[in-house]
Each structure stands twice: as C-alpha cells, then as structure tokens.
Write a protein that binds this ligand. Structure first.
Ligand code: ADP
Ligand code: MG
Length: 168
C-alpha cells in the first residue's frame, strides 16, 4: 500500500512530515530502529519534510541540509504523545530516544556508511533514523524501511509517495 500526496507550498510539506512524526511516536518499539528513507529529485523537499518531521518529534534545533555532514544525531527528550481513547485524550511518554538525520548524497558505496557505525545505530529500537538519498545504500536497508519518494512536478508542486521498501 502506498499513500500519495500533492503539496503546493513548503509549509504543506513540513506539515506532512510533522503528522508522520506524531504517528511514528505512537508506534511500539520494534526489534530494530525505525528507519525512513527519503528518495527522489534534488529540491524535491526531502530536507523541508524533515524540518517538519523533527518539529513533530519535539526537536527544537534547526534541521539543515547536511551538505558537509553525513550524519547528525538529536535527542528526543521526555516527549509526550497524545492519543484518543474512547473520545478522551490520554498522554504517554514516547519510547524513542534519538533522532538521526543522515544524508547519503555524497556517498557512492554502502560501505562508507557502515564505517560510521550504521549497524549499531539501526540495531537500537529507540532510534528513529531518517536517510536522504537512501537509494544509495538500498542494499543495506531492511525490508521494513519506510520509503518516501519526492517528485518535483513544477516550481511549487511536489508529489510525495509514502510506502514500505518491500512494496516495490
Ligand atoms: P531536497 O532535500 O529534496 O533536495 P529541499 O527540501 O532542500 O529539497 O528543497 C526544496 C526546495 O523547494 C526549497 O527551496 C523549498 O522552498 C522549495 N519548495 C517549493 N515548493 C515546495 C513544496 N511544495 N514542498 C517542499 N519544498 C518546496
Ligand atoms: Mg536535502
């Protein structure tokens, strides 16, 4: 199953990221980290989406296009999530602790990312890992990775498709 969205402003793309982050925070921890791969056009909105996503995780620091940095780690501190149970809002602490922003734009072989301790990072269930240009390290990403594709339709319009790696 794939979900498709069209956005016509950067703010809409950020909002979509924020909504996904809030959903992710509600999920139970799995055996491994929760991984989201972002693929598609340059200027497609991957970094913009992650700015909204980080906001949804309660991260106050700025999310930049990490042109010279391959990997940046942020803490998810005491973040409370709300959900509705029988029409009442209840709050609980999210189980996730760390948010990673990785950019594989300047990576040509998966080996380069493995050298940064990638195996260890994906084995921690408390990590949420987002990877721009994830297709460059496709070989080492598990089947349950969420893949989001960004297509530049015109100057303002982006087509954003959300699915799982094993959909394709
Ligand atoms: P990427 O990380 O995929 O290369 P960025 O998020 O860095 O893309 O850049 C997207 C650029 O496109 C930004 O300059 C942003 O202002 C612009 N933009 C215009 N319309 C949109 C939209 N609907 N969604 C996201 N970005 C948009
Ligand atoms: Mg980017």
């Amino acid at each position: 199953m794939r979900a498709k969205y069209l956005t016509t402003t950067p703010l809409q793309t950020k909002k979509l990221g924020e909504i996904l982050a809030k959903e992710v925070l509600k999920t139970k921890l799995k055996k491994r980290a929760l991984i989201i791969g972002l693929e598609g056009d340059l200027g497609g909105g991957k970094t913009t989406f992650l700015q909204g996503f980080a906001k949804g995780l309660g991260i106050k620091e700025k999310i930049l296009s990490p042109t010279f940095i391959i990997m940046k780690k942020f803490s998810i501190i005491n973040y409370q999530v709300s959900t509705k149970v029988e029409k009442k809002k209840i709050f609980f602490d999210s189980q996730f602790s760390n948010f990673y922003h990785i950019d594989c734009y300047r990576i040509s072989r998966p080996k380069e990312i493995l050298g940064l301790g990638f195996k260890e990072i994906i084995s921690n269930p408390k990590n949420i890992i987002t990877i721009e240009w994830a297709d460059r390290i496709d070989k080492i990403l598990p089947a349950e990775t969420i893949i989001i594709n960004f297509e530049l339709i015109n100057q303002k319009t982006r087509k954003i498709t959300i699915g799982f790696k094993n959909d394709s």
